[in-house]
Design a protein around this ligand. Structure first.
Ligand code: IMP
Length: 184
């Protein structure tokens, strides 16, 4: 079967394929912009996006809305992560944390799947923000995020290593498990 992944981010597609291809699911990247509403939670943003898309494109399809939540910044950038990445960027985040000792942060990923109704799958990973960018793999904030219990940032890991512990890996695992049970 083929599932459309609505995203402009090839890094996310690469991660999703590792989970879904073993199930015989062919993941097709569809670059179709959708509104990311201003809301308090990633779940609300994802659910609005998937419903909006369901009126415009053929299902089944899914999208992923993720965010980086920094404890000492009260969860900022959180739901605004995409905008903050585009504007302040990694250097801006490092500047905001200059001299800050509490560098705890977590990533959260929400996958919203549409098959006539919405199904939500989530995953989180805890870690800390480094004091400088390290590594060249991955995407987004990967070079400044070091997951708890690891010496490497996400940008120093292979897709397999990152998937095993990442927010998206966990959400994808829940999604893949659900697909396995429901696509018989
Ligand atoms: P969105 O889910 O595409 O809206 O992502 C929000 C922001 O967080 C974007 O700037 C992404 O680059 C960043 N982001 C999402 N997932 C990850 C990840 O796994 N690693 C690093 N940055 C990420």
């Amino acid at each position: 079967m083929e599932l459309s992944f609505i995203t402009s981010n090839p890094g996310k597609v690469k991660e999703a394929r590792k989970y879904l291809e073993p199930l015989g699911v062919n993941v097709r990247q569809v670059n179709f912009g959708y509104p990311e509403i201003q809301a308090d939670t990633l779940e609300e943003v994802a659910e609005y996006g998937v419903k909006w898309l369901s009126e415009r494109i053929e299902g089944p399809f899914f999208l992923d809305d993720s965010g980086l939540f920094i404890e000492s910044l009260m969860g900022f950038p959180g739901v605004y992560s995409a905008y903050v990445y585009k504007t302040l960027g990694i250097e801006g985040i490092l500047k905001l944390l200059e001299g800050v000792t509490d560098r705890r942060a977590y990533f959260k990923s929400v996958i919203a799947y549409w098959d006539g109704k919405v199904h939500i799958f989530t995953g989180t990973v805890e870690g800390e923000i480094t004091t400088e960018p390290i590594g060249s793999d991955g995407f987004g904030f990967d070079p400044i995020f070091r997951p708890s219990g690891f010496e490497k940032t996400f940008a120093e890991m292979t897709t397999e290593e990152k998937n095993r512990i990442s927010h998206r890996g966990r959400a994808l695992e829940a999604f893949a498990k659900w697909l396995k049970e429901n696509l018989k």
